[in-house]
Ligand binder design. Structure first.
Ligand SMILES: C[S@@+](CC[C@H](N)C(=O)[O-])C[C@H]1O[C@@H](n2cnc3c(N)ncnc32)[C@H](O)[C@@H]1O
Length: 167
């Protein structure tokens, strides 16, 4: 089932729309319904949206105008281009019964995020910006990352971080 925009999606949108995206090459990794990609398009970005889930890719293609490039790919496997700005609301919860590709990622919830951080540098322009959703419920090390915005839910703290000092 395609992930419907929730608090994490809205938090990432808040962070993304605070950036200058005019004419920037923007990647919405894990686009789901295309919610973040649509916001970036409205900010004047040149948008590529990627998802591993073919149903999400269909949904995003339906939602987004034809000038957005929508690609089915496991992270960067089938992505050719480089980007000025990348945004990712990843699956970030530890594996559990009923979890899906959209929500869970390994025993500590950080596997896809770690893979993304390891691979994104090969597709990032000089001075490129990477923003990532992280949860207090997963094991991703975020020391040194700048927090752009955060929200406390009853069961977790969600943050959008700007990735730096990793590259
Ligand atoms: C939490 S949902 C976010 C959806 C949307 N960006 C939003 O904020 O509402 C995570 C998305 O990442 C996608 N995803 C999970 N693993 C992926 C991978 N290895 N490569 C690309 N997309 C992936 C899922 O299919 C899902 O659509």
């Amino acid at each position: 089932m395609v992930y419907r925009p929730r608090e994490d999606s809205r938090l990432l949108k808040q962070a993304v729309t605070s950036l200058d995206l005019e004419d920037k090459k923007f990647l919405d990794m894990g686009t789901g319904t295309g919610y973040i990609a649509e916001a970036a398009l409205e900010q004047g970005a040149d948008v590529t949206a990627v998802d591993i889930d073919p149903e999400a890719v269909d949904r995003a293609r339906d939602r987004l105008p034809s000038n957005a490039d929508v690609i089915q790919s496991d992270l960067f496997t089938d992505v050719q281009n480089d980007f000025d700005v990348m945004a990712f609301n990843p699956p970030y919860l530890p594996e559990s019964r009923g979890g899906s590709t959209a929500t869970v990622s390994g025993r500590d919830g950080a596997r896809v995020s770690q893979r993304f951080l390891g691979e994104c540098t090969d597709h990032l322009e000089d001075d490129g910006v990477v923003v990532l959703v992280v949860s207090s419920r997963n094991g991703l090390a975020t020391e040194g990352f700048e927090t752009l915005c955060a929200t406390d839910l009853w069961f977790e703290r969600l943050k959008v971080v700007r990735v730096q000092d990793r590259f």
